[in-house]
Write a protein that binds this ligand. Structure first.
Ligand SMILES: [Zn+2]
Length: 491
């Protein structure tokens, strides 16, 4: 009991530090498509002697004409603004030139989008001590909105949402434009899909059929999606070598993923994609920070192969071959002799471009844990079952976990010590981990991991499904928001 109690101390939600102030804060947002400007107001029901407002570090450069509805003054300072003698029911009003923000971001990206895409942290101010808000958004006819916020019943051109506050350095994306919107419903949740462009009807049908298969793959982990509402933003970027060029999952103000695609590619090209399943696989773990990047990216890389095999997007033999190829690349990318410990390589990953070693060392961890769990439990418990139990008790979009708390919780849920024991071993590794010869893994474990057959059948369609060379961006890194060109190969 004592161990569990101590564990909970380190997994207190971000929101626990915030005072729930009765009614949530209320945003009213109105978008002017002609000027690509958002007119915003934020109303609070309670009075305060001193009320603070802030966004992320870029917000002071984006917020214009900020004023109180009472006409009383505001003081700018530090990372935001202060209002003395805030009155109950008073509102803060401002506007933000989303077109200017989006265009500035786009200039630093190799991928161009027709939509107005911004991080709300840069222009949507939050009141201090407020953990959640309701929002109504008025849009011009024909203009769609993609957000990570939870949609609520809406009518006409007015949308309603609930927003859970997350730390200001968690990346989020909001897209506004002439997009086509669809909800993909699966057990346990909904994917709120917005496709930019918009593509022609045949391309749209193909994209939705593919996203349906990807959603099915996500449910093969344990029968349902891990989170109730997920934003899926699909941005066409013209002719490309791969159907999916780049992907990223985000956690700011809700869970989302962005996929940059070439919509002209045929269905087979999309079936070969690994990025979408990888990004959805990030939904199965909580925010783990840069120190936990090897755990997070390792899990998503492991599951991108396991779940595609279970869903029939790869044969099990192809999935095992993908893992073997990845381990070979990870080993080749790990410096010989004087490599930094894996946890340090995770912290340095962005700066040192150490993606291949970090991703595939992490993948080796999850495979080793999965095999040991299945061996010890006679096949009853694997990584999938441990994640299902974590989902049932602990997975919440606004909570951050330390890597240690996460693996210890998985151990407590699975009745084992393998997660934390291997975590302690792997985080200090200065070489690529030893991986089992995959063709020696016993048939029951192969079938348990990859689904029927487990990969003992003859190999299918050759090796053109091997998609190395495409790109994925590590999750949740706000530093990338205005960042480097989005086209780096590391697989
Ligand atoms: Zn990833």
């Amino acid at each position: 009991m004592k161990r569990i109690a101590a564990l909970w101390c380190v997994v207190l939600p971000f929101a626990a530090g915030l005072v729930a102030a009765g009614e949530p804060a209320r945003y009213a947002l109105r978008y002017d498509a002609a000027t690509r400007t958002m007119h915003a107001s934020l109303c609070l029901d309670r009075a305060a002697t001193l009320q603070r407002f802030s966004g992320d570090a870029s917000a002071p450069g984006h917020v214009e004409d900020l004023a109180r509805s009472s006409g009383a003054p505001l003081q700018q300072g530090g990372d935001g603004w202060s209002a003395r003698d805030w009155r109950a029911g008073e509102c803060l009003r401002w506007r933000a030139d989303l077109g200017r923000i989006a265009d500035a971001n786009a200039r630093s990206s190799a991928l161009r989008a027709a939509e107005t895409i911004t991080d709300p942290g840069g222009w949507l101010l939050w009141a201090a001590n407020v953990a959640a808000a309701d929002a109504r958004v008025d849009l011009p006819a024909g203009i769609a909105l993609s957000t990570p916020w939870t949609p609520e019943p809406s009518a006409g051109t007015t949308r309603r949402y609930h927003i859970e506050r997350t730390p200001p350095d968690w990346l989020a994306r909001i897209a506004i434009g002439r997009m086509s919107e669809t909800t993909i419903q699966r057990p346990g949740g909904r994917l709120h899909v917005a496709i930019g462009g918009p593509p022609d009807p045949a391309q749209r049908r193909r994209l939705l059929a593919w996203l349906g298969r990807v959603s099915d793959a996500a449910t093969t982990a344990y029968g349902h999606l891990p989170l109730a509402d997920v934003q899926v933003l699909v941005i066409p970027v013209g002719a490309q070598r791969d159907a999916v060029v780049f992907g990223q999952s985000t956690r700011g103000e809700g869970n989302g993923l962005t996929l940059f695609v070439d919509p002209s590619r045929d269905a087979h090209a999309f079936e070969r994609d690994w990025i979408a399943v990888h990004e959805l696989s990030h939904l199965f773990h909580p925010h783990l920070g840069a120190r936990g990047a090897w755990l997070a990216e390792g899990l998503a890389t492991y599951l991108q192969n396991v779940l595609r095999a279970r869903a029939g997007l790869l044969t099990p033999a192809q999935a095992w071959a993908e893992l073997a190829d990845g381990f070979a690349r990870g080993r080749a990318a790990t410096p010989r002799g004087d490599a930094t410990p894996l946890e340090q390589a995770s912290l340095d990953m962005e700066r040192a471009h150490g993606y291949t070693r970090v991703y595939w060392s992490g993948t080796a961890y999850w495979l080793a844990v999965d095999l040991e769990l299945r061996r010890a439990s006679g096949g009853r418990i694997g990584v999938d079952e441990a994640l299902r139990r974590f989902d049932a008790c602990c997975l919440a979009p606004t909570r951050s976990w330390t890597p240690q708390a996460f693996v210890e919780r998985l151990d407590a849920l699975a009745g084992t010590d393998v997660f934390a024991r291997r975590w302690r071993e792997y985080r200090t590794l200065t070489r690529f981990p030893a991986t089992p010869a995959l063709d020696t893994v016993d048939a029951a474990a192969r079938a348990g991991i990859m689904g029927a057959g487990g990969g003992d059948e003859a190999e299918g369609e050759g090796r053109d499904w091997n998609t190395k060379g495409t790109k994925e961006r590590p999750i949740e890194r706000k530093s990338l928001k205005h960042g480097a060109p989005e086209g780096r190969g590391f697989r």
